[in-house]
Design a protein around this ligand. Structure first.
Ligand code: NAD
Length: 309
């Protein structure tokens, strides 16, 4: 089985190296030349609880990868889904299965411009990772990955993908309701990513602020109202508990959010696919969203300061 990971950032490198180490034929594709060259020359350094290990996984720029692919796993930032899909079209046939494990709203709509719904699989993962430099990924902790096919007609194929993950020590299950799981993660990220970025603090630090829950409450209320008009019933208690769990340093509590890392690197954040996408849905349905609007604009101002449009 020929597997290609599109977007060898933190999560692409983590997932790709785990599958490769378990004897799957995996290649990484990324457009950060320094990173691709580092992996080609010295292998990918994977740092985890067990120590450091060089994984000699093939890595390419998109144009240099050839051959028909059986499973394409999309792990670019949502900002690059469209451009990376365009540069990978030569790898995709009608047989290729495409799995997105990205965060945010809107990726499915972009991907279905390039592949049929029957080819498309969607997942949500609580695993995390961080690129600490070109050719170097930190892959601490564990998590859970939910996967499902988009049409609901390809369950056996989804099970086969899940087997690959579990065989590679990435805990994966079939999702009962993947769209709800995506929204739960969007709610979590739309609260935590902007707050951690604007305060330049880890989740663990902002969670110790005595008015933390007063702040997150109205942000979540707005998101839950938007989800409701989209036909998705979110449970505020469940999302709040997920946030509380993430404040724990032994989970991701001491990590800086990936949105903050994007700002530090001068790259666009996924704000358009989180609070930005929610605002658009709120506007369509006349739902006032002042808290999410403020977070959105503050992040856009930071991006602007970094030279983004
Ligand atoms: P990432 O930020 O690590 O990488 C994204 C892109 O930026 C890659 O192409 C990478 O090569 C490039 N890049 C990274 N550092 C760079 C630098 N210093 N200079 C130039 N280019 C650089 O992406 P990610 O965090 O793996 O996210 C991929 C998707 O997975 C997103 O949708 C994200 O929301 C989601 N996700 C991430 C995590 C996580 O812990 N990182 C967890 C779950 C889901």
């Amino acid at each position: 089985m020929n597997i290609v990971i599109v977007g060898a950032g933190a999560m692409g490198s983590r997932v790709g190296s785990a599958l490769y180490k378990n004897d799957y034929h995996v290649q990484l594709i990324d457009d950060w030349e320094e990173h691709v060259e580092a992996i080609q020359q010295n292998g990918l350094m994977v740092i985890n609880e067990k120590g450091k290990e060089q994984v000699y996984i093939p890595a390419h720029l998109p144009k240099d990868c050839a051959g028909e692919v059986d499973l394409l796993i999309i792990l670019t930032k949502s900002t690059k889904t469209e451009s990376m899909m365009k540069s990978c079209l030569h790898l995709i046939s009608e047989r290729t299965q495409v799995l997105t494990l990205q965060n945010g709203l809107g990726n499915i709509e972009v991907l279905t411009k390039y592949v049929s719904k029957e080819q498309l699989f969607v997942g949500v993962t609580t695993y995390s990772a961080k690129l600490s430099g070109p050719g170097m990924v930190e892959a601490f902790g564990s998590g859970k990955t939910e996967i499902m096919d988009v049409t609901g007609q390809q369950k056996e194929e989804a099970e086969r993908i899940i087997q690959i993950f579990n065989h590679s020590a990435i805990h994966a299950i079939i999702s009962e309701n993947i769209i709800k799981s995506i929204w739960n993660k969007v709610a979590f990220n739309s609260v935590m990513n902007p707050l951690c970025t604007l305060t330049k603090s880890s989740a663990g630090v902002i969670g110790t602020y005595c008015h933390f829950y007063e702040i997150i409450d109205p942000i979540l209320d707005e998101i839950i109202k938007v989800a409701e008009v989209e036909g998705i019933e979110l449970n505020k208690k469940y999302i709040t508990e997920t946030i509380i769990a993430a404040l724990n340093p032994s989970m991701s509590g001491s990590h800086l959010s990936s949105m903050y890392q994007d700002i530090q690197r001068g790259q666009p954040t996924e704000i358009e696919y989180l609070n930005g996408a929610l605002l658009k849905k709120g506007e369509l349905n006349q739902i006032p969203m002042p808290y999410n609007r403020l977070l959105y604009h503050l992040i856009k101002m930071l991006e602007r300061g970094n030279g983004q449009p």
